[in-house]
Design a protein around this ligand. Structure first.
Ligand code: ZN
Length: 145
């Protein structure tokens, strides 16, 4: 049976979940050990997923997307990603943006696991970012130390 995402708290304007320890990600068996969080978070603008590939393991298929670009963020370990036939080495700190139509797959190298996060959003959908969308509010100095 596949591991389930734990709901921690929610309010009118937020949802908090816990997906568990990164080492336990392979227990999400419904999608080859990958956990998708959009539904549990109630996210409306992006999908965020995480996966831990054991050493020597790879995603069992190549894929592309219709509208969404993906940003792969390597959190731990080493691997390789193939994008349109080009192979890119992956290690902690590597980030790769992939356009929707690109054919992609990734794998852990033989002697290292690969922990990574993928943020998926519609290509061209980001109209504002922190510099123009963020609003600094007066601090509650009783909470911020
Ligand atoms: Zn994808």
């Amino acid at each position: 049976m596949s591991k389930k995402i734990e709901n921690l708290a929610s309010g009118a304007h937020f949802t908090a979940i816990n997906i568990g320890a990164m080492n336990d990600l392979p227990q999400y068996t419904e999608m080859h050990g990958k956990v998708f969080t959009k539904e549990a978070l109630g996210a409306s603008g992006a999908e965020v997923s995480l996966q831990l590939l054991p050493a020597g393991a790879g995603v069992p298929f190549f894929h592309a997307h219709k509208e969404n670009e993906e940003i792969y963020i390597i959190l731990r370990g080493r691997g390789e990603m193939q994008i349109d036939g080009q192979i890119i080495p992956l290690q902690e700190g590597t980030m790769v943006r992939v356009a929707p139509s690109a054919l992609r797959c990734l794998r852990a190298v033989q002697d290292s696991e690969l922990l990574y996060m993928v943020i998926q959003a519609a290509q061209g959908s980001l109209k504002q970012w922190t510099g123009t969308d963020g609003v600094i509010c007066p601090p509650d100095t009783t909470w911020i130390k």
